[in-house]
Design a binder for this molecule. Structure first.
Ligand code: OAD
Ligand code: ZN
Length: 347
């Protein structure tokens, strides 16, 4: 077998590097208008550690693993007709994804988007994700369009009334199917299922946002398989620079590539980090990520202390006996709890 001379690793590196330098050049201009179209791949790993599985990656994706269950198709778990008949499969997943139960921290890529908002004219982040991690960075809600909804609210699928969040969470945590307190219909988080309309805000913002000249549109962590979102990159003006940051070439970048499209095939966090480096933002980006990690630790510690305080032995100890108040360990626990709670409130 004859071997064609292949492009070497360093050739590829140079190609990627030059693509990322081009992106950085646009971002160095504070007036640059930027739009993001993102999906599950921006939350799948955080600095190389697994975070929230995406949907379609072989081996790790949610649909890949749901194929083992006895569902008409893996997507049925997010299908409104299927849910009306059988909400159980969805609720067996919901707890692990719901921010009230599973606390995930934004990734480096999420913070990169926040930095673009600070350094450029961020027009909007259109996200398919329901994990609310864009908001979690502190990015203002009006900069974000959650095209597939989110776990922010819950509604009854029958009478459409909004459910009480606390009751919903209680039922979900008890592994019950949350029911409406008015009509006993099934309650569903406000995420968009197959067979449901996308929020009006998605169409409203899209009309206005893409009507202006965007300098760069960054598509990241999405397979561009679900419409109408998948068609967004094809709707930006021809003068707009399109960038794909993804593990694989997808959608319009594959089917209708444009001259000047930039392909950054690789990990979202790593690529965001490299671009930030070229822009001179690296230290600030690191600081955001580190700050969040510190706060996460503080939050975990607060929860530990709260649990300790709930612990019966400890409660008995400082409820019942006067000398317990003098007990230095309890004193320390309370001081630490107060300090950490303060930190939590400051978040
Ligand atoms: P997919 O799972 O379909 O696609 C994720 C894409 O990100 C794939 O192309 C992966 O190769 C890539 N990827 C994963 N991890 C990455 C990483 N760390 N760095 C770079 N690339 C990475 O997820 P979405 O496109 O978001 O809808 O899926 C779209 C919609 O399908 C979801 O919003 C969901 C689902 O059905 C609803 O639930 C309504
Ligand atoms: Zn109801």
């Amino acid at each position: 077998m004859d071997l064609e001379p292949e492009s070497t690793c360093s050739d590829n590196m140079t190609e990627l590097e030059s693509a990322l330098k081009t992106v950085a050049k646009v971002l160095e201009n504070p007036d640059s208008k930027v739009v993001f179209f993102v999906g599950a791949g921006i939350s799948s790993t955080s600095d190389g550690e697994p975070l929230i599985p995406d949907f379609r990656s072989p081996g790790t994706g949610l649909y890949y693993n749901l194929a083992k269950l006895n569902l008409p198709s893996p997507e049925s778990v997010f299908d409104i007709d299927f849910f009306e008949d059988n909400p159980k499969p969805f609720y067996s997943l919901c707890k692990d994804l719901h921010p009230a139960h599973s606390k995930f921290a934004p990734t480096r890529f999420h913070y990169f988007m926040k930095m673009v908002n600070e350094k450029n004219d961020l027009v909007r982040v259109f996200t398919q994700n329901i994990d609310c991690l864009e908001r979690e960075t502190g990015l203002a809600a009006d900069k974000i369009v959650e095209a597939h909804g989110s776990f922010a609210e819950e509604f009854c699928i029958k009478c459409k009334k909004r459910a009480d969040k606390e009751k919903f969470v209680e039922q979900m945590l008890r592994d019950e199917i949350p029911k409406c307190e008015y009509c006993k219909g099934t309650v569903k988080p406000s995420i968009v299922f197959f067979g449901e309309q996308l929020p009006e805000r998605f169409y409203e913002r899209l009309d206005v946002d893409l009507d202006q000249l965007i300098d760069v549109c960054i598509v990241a962590g999405t397979s561009l398989k679900v419409h109408p979102f998948a068609s967004l990159p094809s709707e930006v003006d021809n003068k707009c620079l399109r960038v794909l940051i993804n593990n694989e070439k997808v959608g319009d970048f594959q089917e209708n590539p444009r001259d000047g499209d930039l392909l950054a095939i690789g990990d979202c966090d790593e690529i965001a980090d490299t671009i930030a480096g070229f822009c001179g933002w690296k230290q600030e980006l690191d600081a955001y990520v580190d700050l969040h990690k510190t706060k996460q630790h503080a939050k975990t510690a607060v929860e530990m202390v709260e649990d300790m305080k709930k612990n019966k032995n400890l409660e008995d100890k400082y409820k019942g006996k006067e000398e317990a108040k003098k007990d230095s360990d309890v004193g320390k626990v309370e001081d630490v709890a107060e300090l950490l709670l303060k930190l939590k409130l400051e978040k």
